[in-house]
Structures are given as structure tokens and as C-alpha cells.
Design a protein around this ligand. Sequence first.
Ligand code: UT7
Length: 314
Amino acid sequence: MTGSRIVALGHYQPPKVLTNDDLSKLVDTDDEWIRSRVGIRTRHIAEDETVVDLATEAAQKALANSGRSAAEVDLVVVATCTAVERSPNTAAAVAARLGIRAPAAYDINTVCSGFSYALATADHAIRAGAAGRALVIGAERMSDTLDWTDRSTCVIFGDGAGAALVEAQEDGAEPGIGPVVWGSEPERGDAVVITGWDPVISQQGQSVFRWATTQIAPLARQACERAGIDPSELKGFVPHQANLRIIDAIASRLGITDAVVARDVVDSGNTSAASVPLAFSKLVERGELSPGDPVLLFGFGGGLAYAGQVVRCP
Ligand code: UT7
């Protein structure tokens, strides 16, 4: 049994930016409501780019930052809830674009917790000897699921992708990806739904807000315990980017004071499974985290599914 580590990250967002003022011309909303209730100032919206395009761009950057070649990758996992095609799956389409030969390739849909689920399955595959090097991607075109006349959702979500290049570690090395804490409350699955042939997202905002601000911190603490680290020792915390008030509430309940806390929701909105790798990649690119830093990733949302783990910063 050997562990795995994140070697490099990459991210991509489509160029079109929608401001709160832009949205106030579409629905009855305003900048003050959106910033005070959710914390969002802008979000990126894909025009011609598909979810495969977004995922491929992010994966290409992670690959370039890692110094590894496509030929060295044998597993591709994409976390997404906005794949349009049923076959080939998003991971296979990305692998084809990148010229990765004969990879195991599959998609995971646990909505906003998807990246940590995907990262865990890649880590488990590597530990089991079923894979040696993986591209783990979170990619979403949430704009496809929006009703642009519904102010309660169209101001919240955005499009984007983030990716990690993950590889096996030497036996005996300190694990770069800690044990996952994952689960769900399937009986409450109707709290966030994306349904129909032309899918539309809707959520019971206040109920999900209460769940996230009360139930997630103890689970995130468990992920730290399983990694043998106290939350106060974390250098970084990258939770799902749903709402600035939720992010700050969880960080405060965890007793995080000195760590860098990802607040990319301000610029990017909620990008579901892309939010964690997107925010993490930006922190690393800006030099706000250093190689080896312990960072807690924690996704939560639709399902009501959650997953998280402590990782070492690439
Ligand atoms: O990523 C998936 C997991 N999802 C989450 O984690 C989301 C968790 N929930 C939330 O982040 C918040 O509940 C929301 C941001 C979705 C909503 O904020 P809220 O403070 O819970 O607002 P609310 O739904 O209770 O609505 C309060 C008022 C309502 O008006 P009335 O009934 O009090 O007159 C809404 O109609 O705000 C109104 N409202 C808006 N007003 C201006 C709802 N959306 C808007 C808007 N602009 N965009």
C-alpha cells in the first residue's frame, strides 16, 4: 500500500463575467442584497464552451504545472453534475482531447462535494495499485441549469473548472492525501434538485444554509482528526464556495484563525464541483499557500452529500 499526493493544480474560467449590476437588469435584485446575503460580486459564464472544454483547459494547466506528460496518466476522474452527453463520459472526452492513451476514465456526480469524492477515489485506486497517476477534475457549466427569471438561483451560480495531478508516493512517505470523511443524507435529497430533460436547479436555501452551518464543521473536524492534525495547525481551508457567510461560519466553528481561508465565491460564485479545486488552485498560483502546507478541503451540498480530506499543498 502506497499513498498519493497532489503534484500540481490548474484552473480555468470562461472569460465572460457577469456582475451583480448586470443581473439587476434581468431580475429584481441588487448588488447590496447579493453581497450581504451570499458575498458574491461576480461570476464567470460560459458562452460557446462546453463542460468538456472547461475541464480540458483546467486539466491541461495542471498537467503543464506538474511537468508530467499525458502519456504518464492512467486515470481520469471528472466530478460534474452538468455533463450533457451520456456517452462518452466527460472524463473520456477530456482524455481524448489530451491524448491520454488507455486510461480508466469515469465521471462522479455528487454535486458540490464532487471534487473531494473524486480525489478520494483516485487516492484509493492508487493505494490499491489500480492506478499510478491521475487527473482529478471538477468542472461545471452551472449556467445550463439556471432559470434566468428566478432571482433566488440565477445570482448564485457560475461556470469553471479546477484540476489536480495526483500520483503515487514512495512507501513510508507522509500521505499527501489524508483519509476522506464522506457521506450524505439521502432522505433530504430534495433540498437541492436539478431535474428534468432541460434541467433546472432549485434549492431550499434556508434549510441547506442551516445544515451547512451546523453539520459540516464537526465532519470537517473529523477529517482533521483522521489526518492526525488539529484544525488550528492547518495552513489552509478550502470549503465549497456556496456562500461567504457559510464559509466564515464553518471556519469560525473549526477555530480556524491563522489559516488562509478560500473566499473565491466573491469572484466566481458557486461553481458546484469545480469550486474547491478552482479556489485551491488560485491560492497556490497566488503564492498564498506553500508546498507541504496542510490544507483542509471540504465539499458539501446537493444530496445532501459531503466529503473532505486534509491534503498537502503541492
Ligand atoms: O451549493 C449547493 C448548496 N447550497 C447552499 O449551500 C446554499 C445555502 N443557502 C444559502 O446560501 C442562502 O439561503 C441563499 C443565498 C440561497 C438565500 O439567502 P437567504 O438569506 O436564505 O434568503 P431567503 O431565501 O430567506 O430569502 C429572503 C428574501 C426573500 O424575500 P421575502 O420572502 O422575505 O420578501 C426572497 O424572495 O430575499 C428574497 N430574495 C432576493 N432578493 C433580492 C431571494 N433572492 C433574492 C435576490 N435579490 N437575488
